[in-house]
Structures are given as structure tokens and as C-alpha cells.
Write a protein of this length. Sequence first.
Length: 338
Amino acid sequence: MIWGAFQCLSAIAVNGLFLLLTRVGLGAFEAPFMPSASKLTASWLPPRERGRGITLIDSGAPFGSAVGGLLVASLIAFFSSWRIAFFLIGVLTIVAGIVVYLYARDKPHEHKSMGKKELDFIDEQKRLAGEVQTQSTNMVLSKKTLVAMVIGRIGWAMVFFGLVTWGPSYLANGRGMNLQAMGYATFIIFLCGAIGEVVSGYLVDMLQRVLPRNVACKLLFGISGAMALVCLLALPFISDSSMAVIVLAVGVFFHLWGGLYWIIPAMLSPENKIGLVGGIMNFAGTSSGIFVPIIVGFLVDMTGGYTAALYFFAGCAFAYLLGSLCINFGSSSPKTTG
């Protein structure tokens, strides 16, 4: 709700400083969302369903990038005012926040619609998976696993935020697309990302039933990082704009499998530390997202093109791949060592 309020405030910005402060507010109140979602899914869902749950939630980001641009552009065209468009989006967000606040609960037993049978099922699944309540102040992640997680998340986030901020510019200036073509291309690319993230959730839940958890997770992260890396390395050698969009869409489809990072806090942390681990991971990713537009802008300005920026993204994808493969995801049941 506060996030929506800052969105509404941006509509009445009277100068650049006011608008900048509203952007800071948006970032500050967006940050707790996914750590909270990770803790929420750990409380509500049995371990074998958390991959689907968390990726469905996180897929809202790429889906919003796909649909939001078209929606906002349509509102601006209809009202001939970006201020009205921003205000309406903010109001819609506040309404959605109120609905969630009234309906959602932190714990299953706090929700009046939950029956004893459902509560017993969730508790039984956690027990079978070896999860126990703990008030230990010691994190279950080893330093090696924590560092690997942070490196992997930074690499992933720099590619994602880089494509969100510079992708449209690359399509317009690097590929010569007009505004309409760029809009549709951006829609296709990030829609593929949203679909890919949801697919990864189903895959991780399915694979963990037949493979050790460490193998299943590293397999999916390995495919994700490798495919993103290959697609980014291939782009400078592709001359056709339509083929470039296809390659980008494929790369983003697999790159968004990185949304599975949000199962890690619940997977490797006691319940009272899930939010902390998620916060550390989110801080690493979003902090890197602050710098990537500046770095890419410098590379584009210095070289006069996007090839160096694409190779920079490829390097970030490699960091994502390497970091992910160095994480110890443990056995099929949560362990107390990382």
C-alpha cells in the first residue's frame, strides 16, 4: 500500500528532486516483498510445492515488465497525461494491497478458512522433510555457500536489471526498431521470462521427487546460467533484428529460472532466519541493480555501441552460473550445515 502511495505521489511531482525521492520510496518499500514472500511460502506450502509457489509470485516482475509497459503507454495515450497514468496505477496498487492485507495471513493457523485437515497436512509434510522449529541464532548456511549465493544473485540481478533498463534502448538504437516494434518486442521478451520462471518452479518441484535436492537445483541453475550466457554471447553476431529478439526471448526464458533463488532461504535456513537470509540475498541483488545502468551507460558511451555491454552481461551471467553451482543445496531434507 505504501508502495502504491509513492507511485501516486510521483504523479504530482513538481521537479526532478521530488520525482527522484518518490523513486527512492518505491525502491525502499519494494525491497521487503520477496524476502517476505519466501517466508510466507515456507509457512504455507509443503516443501515439495514451494518451487511453484515462489516462482508464481516472483514471475509478477517480468510479467509486469511485459504487460505494464503496454498498459501505461495505453493510459498515457488515452488521457494524454503520464501523471494520470501513474496515479491510476498507484491507486490500483493500493487497492490490491488492501485486498491482500485483509485476506492473507502470516501463518496457516491464523487464517479462518484453514481447516484442521489442511493444517495437519502442512505440518506432516514439513515433518517428513525433516523441518523443525528452531530458535537457534546460528545460520545454517556456511560462509562458502553464503558467498556463492551472494555472487550468483548479484550476477543474475545485473543481467535482469540491465535488460530491464537498457533492453528497450538496445532494441531501438542497436537494432533500429521503431517505438511500436520495440514495445511489442519487449512484451514478448519479458513474457517469455515470466513463463520461464513459472516453468522452473514446476521443474524443481518435480525433479526433487526423483533426484537429490543438490543435483536437481544445480541442474536447473546450470541450464539457466549456461543458456543465458550462450544467448548473450551470440547476440553481437546476429544481424537480423527478429532473430535477435528470438535469441533474447530464449535467453530471458532461461535466465528467469534464477527466480528459484527464492527457495534457498526456506531450504537452507531455520524458520526464524528465513527473512534474514532472504534480505541478505535481496540486498545483494538490488544493490548491484543500482550500478548496472551506470556501467552499461558508460560502456555504450565509450564504445558507441552495445557489443561491450552485451559482453559485460555475459560476464555477469557467468558469475551467476559459477555462483549457483558452488552453492551446497544439501540433501533431500534440510540440513544444519551448508
